[in-house]
Design a protein around this ligand. Structure first.
Ligand code: ATP
Length: 371
């Protein structure tokens, strides 16, 4: 089996275009994550792949085979949805076994696979219970085990962890990854949670208004977003965005507003030349601000701003610091440090050196990246 492919998929509901010309390929062993805000067309895309929603146009291929018109049952899919439908009258064991029995798997295989799947999702102590004797999180893991117990051509997940609490969500994420690697088959995973997308996706497609804005590895999307929407959507805390004027002074180009005056690195000059004299959007990732003493680059006035510290939030790796610039009309911004900033800094103004090599610049009208 080679790749699963969606080719120019379109879905119209009357005049509403829910999915607007989407194409991608998912090679064997890969997990593609579709991520985007509510209503951007993720679920509809998945439902077309599953055959639950007829396509308006475009094609779906599994390897060489055109699957566009094939009925759901004959696509050999495993699916896990947010509103997990497990059978209330069956025990956990029977529920998981159903995934295999419905495909006429031999009894010996069922006896071996069901306890294995239950162990993987930490529900082995509950095999004799009925779903009503389980918590919501445990029920969701039964649904995962039932869907994933068998060998499918394609695994589809639609926000399967949305109903779990934060800790269980992290654990179940690991379990899904483990299982995905064991099976080595293509998977497509839908979520609106960018951190889940970053954790799971070999490839991530960021969707908006029925279209894929950008597709790539998590690192690609984070470091080289093609527009302001992707830059803002990927990364926590979100990228800081400011309106700035681009001003030329001799050869130099400066990005300037009430709170900052940054000298752009020479290698950006050519790319932004046509924007000199105009306003653009400037993006700075929270980790690209540094305490000057700890900055991994020479610090000068040309890359330093002042931040008035409002709130310091300790994190597992350091601190997230919420700052205001005291200049009038300047915007608040968020900074992350790999050090624990002591609480005594709250209410103080600190100099912050910005790694200008990591700046992002966007066209103010279209949002397109300039660099
Ligand atoms: P969410 O994260 O909220 O589930 P989503 O990205 O999965 O959102 P879809 O459920 O695919 O989005 O919906 C995409 C668009 O298509 C939405 O505007 C939705 O209202 C519309 N839509 C979905 N299903 C139908 C339907 N059966 N009839 C009419 N419009 C629909």
């Amino acid at each position: 089996m080679s790749a699963i492919a969606a080719q120019h998929l379109v879905k119209r509901f009357k005049e509403k275009v829910a999915v607007d010309d989407i194409s991608f390929e998912v090679p064997e062993g890969h997990m593609l994550v579709l991520v985007g805000p509510s209503g951007c067309g993720k679920t509809t895309t998945l439902r077309m792949l599953a055959g639950l929603e007829p396509v308006s146009s475009g094609a779906i291929r599994f390897g060489e085979r055109d699957m566009t018109e094939i009925r759901p049952r004959d696509r050999n899919l495993a699916m896990v949805f947010q509103d997990y439908a497990i059978f209330p009258h069956m025990t956990v064991y029977e529920n998981i076994a159903y995934g295999l029995r419905s495909r006429h798997a031999p009894g010996a295989l069922i006896k071996q696979r069901v306890p294995d799947a239950a162990r993987l999702f930490h529900i082995d102590p509950f095999l004799k219970r009925k779903p009503r004797q389980l918590s919501g999180g445990e029920r969701q893991r039964v649904a995962l085990a039932r869907a994933l117990v068998r060998d499918a051509t394609l695994y589809l997940y639609d926000e399967p962890l949305a109903n779990l609490d934060a800790q269980l969500r992290l654990e179940a994420r690991e379990d899904i990854l483990l299982l995905h690697r064991q099976k080595g088959m293509p998977s497509i995973y839908v979520t609106h949670d960018q951190s889940e997308a970053m954790a799971l996706g070999d490839t991530i497609a960021v969707m908006r208004d029925g279209q894929i804005q950008q597709m790539g590895s998590g690192q690609d999307l984070y470091e080289r977003p093609i527009n302001e929407f992707v830059a803002f959507f990927i990364g926590t805390p979100s990228i800081n965005l400011f309106d700035v004027d681009l001003v030329a002074d001799g050869e130099d180009i400066w990005a300037r507003n009430a709170g900052m005056d940054l000298l752009l690195p020479a290698e950006l000059r050519e790319k932004v030349a046509s924007y000199v004299g105009k306003q653009v959007r400037l993006g700075i990732r929270p980790e690209d601000y540094h305490v000057p003493k700890k900055a991994p680059f020479p610090v000068g006035e040309e890359n330093t701003v002042q931040g008035y510290v409002n709130v310091i939030e300790p994190t597992s790796v350091g601190s997230t610091v919420y700052c205001t610039s005291l200049e009038e009309e300047a915007k608040d911004f968020t900074v992350t440090f790999k050090l624990r900033l002591p609480a005594s800094y709250i209410g103080k103004e600190i100099p912050l050196a910005i790694n200008t090599r990591k700046l992002h610049l966007f066209d103010k009208e279209t949002g397109a990246s300039l660099i």
